[in-house]
Design a binder for this molecule. Structure first.
Ligand code: URA
Length: 235
């Protein structure tokens, strides 16, 4: 359940103050009845919300950011392990959200969820090249030779060819790695192929998005503006 005015804002009807005026003017109906109370709690999944008789997307598009802690599987369910779904509040869990790509159980950081299948596929497609930035603590120290090999697109031990990636040494045993695809254990395998076994991995950025102080284990719903910007990076 959420406030009517917040839902209308998030649906792009206008700013909070514009939405208040729209509601006051009697232009909003909830299940067919005019609703004048901006603070009224509604369930957009169950109720029909209209502005000037036009239904606002039966299913509201949602994109949620999680700062994933270690120890959670990126899966919608698992018999043994805790999954990232366990970190979503109850009301969001019922909205058909799926993780966008995956982070390993031990990896921390930025993980998106969406209920928009098209957006999900665009974001994980290597053709769209949405850059993802990882911070790694690892054995050894990255050299200029490693940077050049990453930039050229390295080939893993099993013959898997990776797209060109950016390796940025931060000092002894620490690097930033930017990749545009999400192969299985990709960053760990890329680093291991250069004798830099990863001990700790955190995703810090995806496209235009950063964790920006979101505490570990917490979520936030992206604004329409952020989703529009994210979409642009995946077109
Ligand atoms: N690359 C990895 O190796 N693991 C992750 O979780 C993400 C990228």
């Amino acid at each position: 359940m959420e406030r009517l005015d917040k839902f209308l804002c998030d649906s792009g009807v206008g700013s909070r103050s514009q939405v208040k005026l729209v509601i006051k003017a009697g232009r909003v109906t909830v299940d067919g009845a005019v609703q004048g109370d901006a603070s009224r709690k509604i369930d957009p999944q169950q109720q029909e919300i209209c502005v000037d008789g036009e239904r606002l997307g039966g299913k509201r598009r949602l994109v949620v950011m999680l700062n994933k802690p270690a120890g959670y599987l990126t899966a919608t369910q698992d018999r043994q392990d805790k999954t990232v779904m366990d970190l979503l509040p109850e009301d969001l869990r019922r909205q058909g959200l799926n993780p966008v790509g995956r982070l390993d159980k031990a990896t921390e950081g930025l993980l998106l969820f969406t209920n928009d299948g098209d957006l999900l596929h665009r974001l994980i497609s290597p053709k769209k090249e949405v850059p993802k930035v990882y911070y790694a603590r690892h054995e050894g120290t990255a050299t200029e030779a490693d940077v050049a090999v990453f930039a050229a697109g390295l080939t893993l031990g099993d013959g898997t060819v990776c797209l060109p990636a950016v390796l940025e040494p931060l000092g002894e045993g620490e690097s930033l790695i930017t990749v545009c695809e999400g192969k299985y254990h990709q960053v760990r395998r890329m680093m291991a192929s250069r004798q830099m076994t990863v001990q700790y991995l955190e995703r810090r950025k995806e496209g235009n998005l950063e964790l920006e102080g979101l505490p570990r284990g917490e979520i936030r719903i992206l604004t329409e503006a952020e989703v529009t910007e994210l979409e642009k990076s995946s077109l």
